[in-house]
Design a protein around this ligand. Structure first.
Ligand code: FES
Length: 256
């Protein structure tokens, strides 16, 4: 199974969707690393994720109902708490002694930057943090998410988001113009990130430059990649905190 063959790629947080896609009143199904997962929101707003397969007869729990912070299987009503522990088997009546060994796999979840993130790692305790979406809700900045379906793999998308030379061809006339000039770039690497800083203060981002940089201040352009599937491209103008930042992360196949 893909989850078992993923090596170190599995040991990161993955975005399961926008916060607003996880309502308080119904479970949500996602498939990540070929694992079917079900998410639901408790009364306190916290989101839980467990395997979307009932321990009894493998029914998809995502077709069930939320009841008192627990998830009730649609087939025979086995009920799971926020740790994936079965807490009720209706056909057993009050005889609960069989329940403790009935549970489904549980996955850590966190909510940050307007996204729901799930930890798919082999270690059940997360060893890192989800990608930090910059300037979300910071005063003076506006931000929004755009969800787009691409018929391609994540590696090609990450390369595209950080690929400067294609802009003068694919986005000809509205992003950059073709120029034959030599640009210096500084490349910094860590074990799970790459940061490139371009030394080109006169660079511009085309038609929108007049809008986001009306005074034509010198621009600092940086491209960042963060494992496993996150990119961040910054265009910051002058010494100000004014700028334009584009981030991307992967969502998964049954999202759209
Ligand atoms: S399959 Fe879920 S309760 Fe039977």
């Amino acid at each position: 199974m893909m989850h078992d063959l993923s090596g170190n790629l599995i040991n990161y947080w993955y975005a399961a969707g926008l916060s607003e896609d996880f309502p308080a009143d119904k479970p949500v199904a996602r498939t990540i690393f070929e694992k079917p997962l079900v998410f639901w929101r408790g009364k306190d707003g916290q989101v839980t994720a467990i395997l979307d397969r009932c321990n009894h007869r493998n029914a998809p729990l995502s077709k069930g109902k939320i009841h008192k912070d627990c998830l009730v299987c649609p087939y025979h009503g086995w009920t799971y708490d926020t740790n994936g522990q079965c807490v009720d088997i209706p056909s057993e009546g009050p005889h609960v002694e069989r329940i403790p060994n009935k549970r489904v796999e549980h996955f850590p979840v966190t909510e940050s930057g307007g996204l729901i993130w799930v930890w798919m790692g082999k270690e059940k305790t997360p060893t890192n943090q989800p990608f930090d979406m910059p300037v979300m809700k910071e005063q003076g900045w506006r931000s929004y998410y755009m969800v787009t379906k691409f018929n391609n793999n994540v590696t090609d998308l990450v390369e595209n988001f950080m690929d400067v030379p294609h802009t003068v061809f694919v986005h000809k006339g509205w992003f950059r113009d073709k120029k034959q000039i030599c640009i210096k770039a500084k490349v910094e690497r860590t074990s799970d990130s790459v940061l490139v800083t371009y030394d080109q203060p006169n660079d511009s981002i085309g038609f929108s430059g007049w809008l986001v940089n009306p005074k034509g201040l010198p621009m600092v352009h940086t491209d960042n990649f963060y494992m496993p599937n996150n990119t961040r491209v910054d265009y910051i103008f002058g010494e100000t905190e004014r700028g334009f930042i584009i981030c991307s992360t992967g969502l998964y196949v049954n999202y759209l």
